[in-house]
Design a binder for this molecule. Structure first.
Ligand SMILES: Cc1cc2nc3c(=O)[nH]c(=O)nc-3n(C[C@H](O)[C@H](O)[C@H](O)COP(=O)(O)OP(=O)(O)OC[C@H]3O[C@@H](n4cnc5c(N)ncnc54)[C@H](O)[C@@H]3O)c2cc1C
Length: 380
């Protein structure tokens, strides 16, 4: 089955690697001229690691990242509202969350593909169904495949072509991310931290020996642009009553690597596929990042969709089962993440979440997290 994947992000690359592993012919088309070392950090949770292990790259991801044994939510002085322990952020197989530079993750995935499977500088324009195949038009030519997978992110052109009425929802929050050249004090090197202030959040974790990934989130109107002049000081000023470490992390960041993203998700689509075309990753179910699961869900999609295609051999059946198997978890993540984001930026919401954090028994927390970390076997 000739499979064309549009988009060489986390979802597209892991799907290509999965299909390759299962002996299915595939090619990834990425619009960027090259996979550049951009992006800040990312937390890969145990569900993602299970799939990365199956793909044969888990050890490399662990070796190039930092294991987080806890993720704590704290006040602005970095005092946790409740100290979590490792049993909450680890799965039953002993996988911990790995904090890794995105560029490293992307390189590991891209370099694991056989030569020629990833084609850059290929921008998808449109497609047409012709008989039993799909004719795909790029800005610079046409190719043919049996099925087309749209892994081209939240602003997916593939999605626009099959579901033109899909809607992106802005959360009302914008986020700056960066990577600082430094080592955190010892007490923070193996923990993820998200500190809450009045209507603002700041999080960070070590990603490698001398790199710290951070993010700062505030409420803001959509589509605002930064004037680069003195950007770091402007970000520091958004967190005036935070622990001095926050200021130090921002100060030790090269301003040119700071990225700003408005946090949005995708209003639930009725379907993810149409005929020989199927969406996946952010193109199908983009979420706000408050649960740190968007990339992980794209990786899970790779596992389910590729195995279903391999077992069934029939794309229509595989696409149908894919949605059946994935919907519940993905819907839960998108909705819960949206709610968490809203609550974390309001006084009442924050107070409620702090109370929940304090009173929820550990075994309930563990159970909730294990549900997120679960990846099922695939049967048609
Ligand atoms: C602030 C922030 C923090 C996050 N933190 C985490 C985290 O800690 N853990 C986690 O799991 N997730 C996290 N996420 C979510 C995660 O980044 C996304 O879910 C993930 O990157 C989606 O991957 P994707 O491959 O589906 O889409 P993308 O990463 O958007 O990749 C799409 C690819 O398609 C290409 N493309 C687009 N259009 C075309 C076209 N027309 N033709 C060809 N190629 C095209 C793009 O260039 C891109 O390479 C975070 C997101 C944000 C915004």
């Amino acid at each position: 089955m000739r499979t064309a994947i549009i988009g060489g992000g986390i979802s597209g690359l892991t799907t290509a690697l999965s299909l390759y592993r299962l002996g299915i012919d595939c090619k990834v088309y990425e619009k960027a001229p090259e996979l550049k070392p951009v992006g800040a950090g990312i937390w890969m949770q145990p569900n993602a690691l299970k799939v990365l292990d199956w793909l044969g790259v888990g050890a490399q991801v662990r070796a190039n990242g930092t294991a987080l044994y806890q993720v704590d939510i704290s006040n602005q002085m970095l005092r946790p509202f409740r100290k979590t322990n490792n049993s909450i952020t680890r799965d039953s197989a002993g996988n911990n969350i790995i904090s890794i530079h995105r560029a490293r993750l992307q390189n590991i995935l891209a370099e694991s593909l056989p030569p020629g499977m990833l084609e850059t500088n290929k921008s998808y324009e449109s497609h047409q169904l012709i008989g039993d195949s799909v004719s795909i038009k790029f800005t610079d030519g046409v190719t043919e495949a049996d099925i087309l997978l749209g892994a081209d992110g939240i602003h997916s052109k593939v999605r626009a072509s099959i579901f033109p009425d899909s809607t992106i929802r802005y959360s009302g929050q914008t986020c700056w991310r960066g990577v600082a050249a430094m080592q955190l004090p010892k007490e923070f090197t193996s923990t993820g931290r998200e500190a809450w202030g009045k209507g603002v959040r700041f999080g960070f974790s070590q990603v490698s020996d001398n790199q710290v990934y951070w993010f700062g989130v505030v409420k803001a109107p959509q589509n605002q642009k930064d004037v680069s002049d003195n950007l770091k000081q402007k970000i520091v000023d958004l967190f005036p009553d935070f622990h001095p470490l926050v200021k130090e992390i921002i100060a030790k960041t090269d301003e040119s690597v700071i990225i700003r993203s408005d946090l949005s998700d995708l209003i639930r689509l009725d379907h993810w596929s149409s005929d020989r075309v199927c969406l996946m990753g952010d193109a199908a179910h983009a979420t706000t990042p408050n649960m740190g699961q968007g990339g992980g869900q794209g990786i899970e999609d790779a596992w389910y969709l590729s195995n279903l295609l391999a077992i069934s051999g029939n794309h229509a059946e595989a696409f149908f089962r894919f949605e059946q198997l994935r919907r519940k978890k993905v819907d839960y993540i998108v909705n819960t993440s949206h709610q968490l984001g809203k609550m974390a930026h309001s006084f009442v919401g924050q107070s409620f979440l702090k109370l929940i954090m304090k009173i929820t028994p550990e075994r309930i927390m563990q159970k909730q997290m294990q549900k997120l970390f679960d990846v099922q076997e695939v049967f048609v």
